[in-house]
Design a protein around this ligand. Sequence first.
Ligand code: AMP
Ligand code: MG
Length: 403
Amino acid sequence: MLTYEQARNKVIEEVGKRKGPRATAVVSVWDALGLVLAQEVKTDREYPPFNRSTRDGYAVRAKEAAPGAQLKCAGEIKAGDTVREALAAGTCLQIMTGAAVPAGADAVVMIEHTSREGDVVRFDRAAQPGQNIVPRGSEAASAQTVLTPGLRLGYAELAVAAQVGAVQLQCAQRPRVAILSTGDEVVLIDKMPGPFQIRNSNSVSLAAQVRIAGGEPVVLGNAADRIEALGEKVERGLKEDALVLSGGVSMGKYDLVESALKAMGAEFFFDAVAIRPGKPAVFGMCKGKPVFGLPGNPVSTMVTFELFVAPAIDLLSGAEARALPVLEARLAEAMKEKPGLTHFLPARVEWRERVPDVKPLRWQGSGDIAALAKANCFLLVPADREKMEIGESVSVLLRKDVV
Ligand code: AMP
Ligand code: MG
């Protein structure tokens, strides 16, 4: 049985092999959050475009602003002012943060290091040439590439695009991910379940996870536990860029997802992973499309999506697979788990001290969605650990939608 790292690497390897160029669309910078860039973005001029002051103070010739020196203030320069005149010898100019440093000046002295009476400014300490000035072109040259294809557009990347005037961006279209739940007991969420039926919450959580991962969910409803019913819906799902099924991958008599996929020519790369919850997770390729059979217990579905489906969506978007958001934390209470599988337990991290504290939450097993809704991470218990002590260093996988 593969470890979760091996299984995840398998997904990255197999989906990576088949990663082709994606259809692109031009998107406004206001709407491009989370999309993957499909073009280069270059600067339209030098950055900064002028010698910019980084402080409120006085523009000076450094050698004239010796400790105890006094200079006449000949005027002021605000951010946005057009600066044409050079600094006259023996004078200084009051200058604001973000304003252009005039020719002749080679330093800005912070206002805190000066005193002023009328027009006369007295300097407390020696000025160094270049201090508090960002020289023109030092952040980027003109026509320099600042964003490259394959980059995911977060708020900082969007700000870079906006800064250089790239208000329309060629972006990869979101991969379309078909979502199919399975199970005779499952009813659509707008229907009243019978006494022994359950609502299809998995399609809702999966659609949300697909969106967060950068995909476009295509919800196909639910298939009954019959080969023909499954086959029909699977065929429909394979028209999209990837297919994610929930349920029907365990050892039960009516767990038919693998058989239905096999009948359609799927090649499987794993059908079990050494994790709990989520052990029966299946990954294969069918008609050139990645297909994932995730176990139906809701928490299993959520965990296995994060581990195995999210990296596939990254690759299908034209980006690299992002690393799992794992960080180190300090276990806040002792615990015991059955060894043999890596556990992913609903837990909460709190940033009290330098290293965050993590506390596992009480839960009733992989059907307990309410426990996960209180969690902001999964606590990882390694397969070889039976007991863990308070204060031990542990890994947690953050829930990136709430942290
Ligand atoms: P399965 O993996 O098909 O054996 O399903 C395991 C359990 O997960 C079922 O007994 C249900 O309680 C639950 N389950 C399956 N499908 C869904 C779904 N779409 N939404 C919510 N819970 C589900
Ligand atoms: Mg089932």
